[in-house]
Write a protein that binds this ligand. Structure first.
Ligand SMILES: NC(=O)c1ccc[n+]([C@@H]2O[C@H](COP(=O)([O-])OP(=O)(O)OC[C@H]3O[C@@H](n4cnc5c(N)ncnc54)[C@H](OP(=O)(O)O)[C@@H]3O)[C@@H](O)[C@H]2O)c1
Length: 183
């Protein structure tokens, strides 16, 4: 018998040690670490490609979408759903826009179609998803830096969310990846 496949929504974010996901000036060079941790795991281009290939769909807030357009589209042809109340449009066939109830978006639209759904920010949409209990897993990549200010990842979510630590990996560039399941 074919095993039942469950859909998961993973909230993925890159943050500084002091919990910021963005600098006040918007620059992203801090996300590329020059650190060297010899005991860390080496990441090859092939590993990254395999990892990205496992993602079926990306969801993001409109600010994150607009930033991705400015910085260079990193999502290839994978389906991307942008949550916005504005009438945005895109030339890319892979991009669609959603305005409405995010519970309906996830439970009725995304989970019916995709298995590995990635919420990639930003802070406002992540907060809304956490508050609505829509996040199954959290993957946090901590870079070896203290930014001292900017946009906080967990900005007063207003509720307690117990987690189960599933994995911890340290990489050669000093990045530490924490993977949690939401209980
Ligand atoms: N370090 C990382 O991994 C990472 C990843 C992603 C983003 N970021 C950073 O995060 C920042 C952007 O985050 P952000 O918090 O400003 O914006 P965001 O979460 O990307 O987008 C917020 C927008 O999403 C739309 N939205 C629709 N429904 C919503 C709901 N229920 N709750 C909240 N938003 C909803 C609204 O768009 P409309 O106004 O169009 O209606 C809202 O203004 C950028 O500085 C970016 O660099 C960092």
């Amino acid at each position: 018998m074919k095993p039942t496949q469950t859909s998961n929504l993973t909230l993925h974010m890159v943050a500084s040690l002091d919990g910021f996901i963005s600098k006040q000036d918007g620059t992203v060079d801090w996300m590329h670490s020059q650190d060297q941790y010899d005991k860390g795991v080496a990441l090859t281009e092939e590993d990254i490609a395999d990892y990205l290939a496992s993602i079926d769909c990306y969801v993001m807030g409109s600010h994150t979408y607009e930033l991705a357009l400015q910085l260079g589209w990193p999502y290839g042809d994978k389906p991307v759903v942008v949550v916005s109340s504005r009438s945005l449009s895109s030339d890319r066939a892979s991009v669609s826009f959603f305005h409405g109830d995010i519970v309906e978006l996830v439970e009725e639209q995304l989970k019916a179609r995709y298995q590995n759904i990635w919420l990639v920010g930003g802070a406002a949409l992540a907060k809304a998803f956490l508050q609505s209990n829509l996040v199954d897993k959290i993957t946090l990549s901590i870079m070896p830096i203290i930014l001292g200010g900017g946009t906080l990842f967990f900005d007063f979510i207003g509720k307690e969310i117990p987690l189960h630590l599933e994995d911890v990996k340290a990489y050669q560039d000093g990045m530490v990846e924490l993977s949690y399941a939401v209980k």
